[in-house]
Design a protein. Structure first.
Length: 157
């Protein structure tokens, strides 16, 4: 197994074990993370996002597969099953991840998933009707970012 594929495996194994410190250890200090829910996060923001998700995801179940990597880039498929706290609805999200590496660590991490299918599960009828609109996507992103900022502020004390 290529060392970068092993790094991706370690990242998801830590995620499945709800080990935010283990996940953070796989990230370069200047990591850039992107996904449809949070947008772009850099460095400490990205590490804090994972810490928040593993801390709050009481019934979070993570699986991963199709890990491939070379010296520069990698990819994986992963799935998360959890209860979305804002609605109490069960979600099964299917995500494709792309990675870039620097200094033996993950320097870029981009998660891609269908926002509308996610919104239908997480938000119910509102997600079904409005999940395709930029308005709902922007509202979800603003709420997610505000939650992350509040989480980070609570940890700075």
């Amino acid at each position: 197994m290529h060392p970068n594929a092993a790094l991706i495996d370690r990242f998801y194994a830590a995620f499945a074990a709800r080990d935010a410190a283990g996940m953070a250890a796989c990230y370069h200090p200047d990591v850039v993370f992107t996904d449809p829910a949070f947008g772009e996060l850099r460095g400490a923001q990205a590490r804090a996002m994972w810490a928040m998700l593993v801390e709050r995801g009481k019934d979070l179940d993570v699986t991963w597969s199709d890990v491939h990597a070379d010296d520069a880039t990698g990819r994986a498929h992963w799935e998360a099953r959890y209860t979305f706290s804002a609605s109490g609805r069960r979600v099964h999200n299917r995500i494709d991840a792309e990675f870039a590496f620097r200094d033996g660590l993950i320097a870029r991490h981009a998660d891609r998933f269908g926002f509308w299918p996610w919104a239908r599960q997480a938000l119910g009828p509102a997600g079904l009707l409005l999940g395709w609109t930029p308005m709902l996507r922007n509202k979800v992103r603003a709420t997610a970012r505000a939650g992350l900022e509040k989480y980070m502020a609570s940890k700075d004390r």
